[in-house]
Write a protein that binds this ligand. Structure first.
Ligand code: IMP
Length: 423
């Protein structure tokens, strides 16, 4: 039993990649369990920046195995591009990547439909990344999806694509006025992908359980975050998968008895991209300062992220649903220089305090803030909790007390080494 799940505790972009990179040094296998190339995970090692959309960032650790689980929706073009970039950057990926035969493929019609559907939503946009995520998961539920394992039987694959395109092309042409796709071009993508990754395709659920039984250390890497969970997040402004702990089990086939640690990753403030409620969003100069200091622009789409203050109720709800055993608080250094730091410790709805994270009406609640004193010092060189200025420690202690969970790790800069581990 040595499986750690790493989950974003807010609305994504919490800095999971940096932490997964940290945990990877002590792991044998790193598994991505949901989502697709909508994620953008950035890791800085020795001043060099690496951006991942599909492949777990654990690939930067020589010898570690990286797995794309059955819960992932995999864009073959993106995957090959990412592998090529890693090779160009001198990363050895040979025999180090496994792909689930049950993962679903994102094909060009999924991406075309994603943008066409978003266009049709007019005033009610979700703000999707346009990577085809929703349409691909919808096909999975309709039971019309194409899975990685389908690549093995070309005749069956061609029949399936022919059947699928009849409907997709009708929808694209008649409903959205878009160009259709031919069976040949989709087959081409599939077969080229197969030629490139054939040796990597396995039954990952079987493999992971076998390795876990042998005592291998496994990290389950989530993409997006709690607030974007299709069941527990701010529906409909969510992604189409479950970044929460249930998604980690479903998306890998690992059972709950194998998991002994669930780490929630939270930023010291909050950001969100795309539409949807965000009670602590700051529309003033402070929000802009956070964005610029924190380089809060999407790694996948380049969109400016909406910025605001730490929200205790959001974290408490993420803790309830995911069973966090600890929190890693990232990007504390970005808050240096603020005279006052706001923390929302609860919400009010129509003048009454509500003691929970609501399933509906989050757009109508007002945050109840406590203001804490900020600190001026640059904290990026701090190596121990005790090195932090008193007011930064007060901030951490305050959050810990309000959320009711230990903040075990503190991020004070983008690099691997800019991490404080508390005893
Ligand atoms: P989709 O996942 O592309 O369908 O987008 C649905 C919603 O999730 C949109 O609001 C996106 O901006 C948001 N989203 C998807 N992936 C990420 C991510 O990796 N970080 C932050 N937000 C994301």
């Amino acid at each position: 039993m040595s499986c750690t799940v790493v989950i974003g505790a807010q609305w994504g972009d919490e800095g999971k990649a940096k932490m997964i990179d940290y945990y990877s040094s002590d792991a044998d296998i790193i598994v991505r369990y949901q989502g697709g190339a909508n994620a953008g995970h950035t890791v800085v090692v020795g001043g060099k920046k690496y951006v991942f959309h599909l492949i777990p960032s654990g690939i930067l650790h020589p010898g570690k195995i990286c797995v794309l689980g059955n819960g992932v929706v995999l864009d073959p073009l993106q995957m090959v591009d990412e592998m090529d970039k890693l090779i160009e950057q001198g990363i050895d990926i040979d025999y180090r990547i496994f792909i689930s035969d049950a993962a679903h493929l994102i094909l060009p019609y999924h991406k075309a439909l994603d943008s066409a559907l978003e266009e049709m939503r007019a005033e009610n946009k979700i703000g999707t990344t346009g990577r085809g995520i929703g349409p691909c998961y919808a096909d999975k539920c309709f039971r019309t999806g194409i899975r990685v394992g389908d690549l093995y039987d070309e005749k069956y694959l061609e029949e399936k694509i022919t059947q699928t395109l009849k409907i997709k092309n009708l929808q694209l042409e008649k409903l959205h006025g878009r160009d259709p796709y031919s069976v040949d071009e989709i087959m081409d993508i599939c077969l080229q992908f197969k030629a490139r990754v054939e040796k990597m395709i396995i039954n990952t659920a079987f493999y992971l359980n076998e390795e876990s039984d042998k005592g291998k250390k496994i990290i389950l890497e989530g993409a997006q975050g709690f607030g974007l969970d299709i069941d527990h997040g701010t529906y409909p402004f969510v992604t189409s998968s479950n970044p929460t702990v249930g998604g980690a089990l479903l998306g890998t086939g690992i059972n709950n008895f194998q998991v002994n640690r669930v780490v929630g990753i939270a930023k010291a403030y909050i950001t969100r991209v795309g539409e949807g409620p965000f009670p602590t969003e700051d529309f003033t100069e402070s929000g802009n300062t956070i964005r610029e200091k924190g380089h809060e622009y999407g790694a996948t789409t380049g969109r400016p992220r909406r910025c605001g203050w730490f929200d205790v109720e959001l974290l408490k709800q993420a803790k309830r649903i995911c069973g966090f055993t600890e929190i890693a608080l990232i990007k504390l250094d970005i808050l240096s220089g603020f005279k006052k730091i706001k923390v929302a410790t609860g919400y009010q709805y129509e003048g009454k305090k509500i003691e929970m994270f609501p399933s509906f009406m989050l757009d109508k609640v007002k945050p109840v803030y406590t203001e804490l004193d900020g600190w001026d010092e640059d904290i990026s060189a701090c190596k121990k909790y005790e090195d932090l200025p008193e007011k930064a420690r007060n901030y951490i202690d305050f959050l810990e007390e309000k959320i009711g969970i230990r903040i075990a790790i503190i991020g004070v800069g983008p690099g691997r080494e800019d991490t404080i581990i508390r005893n």
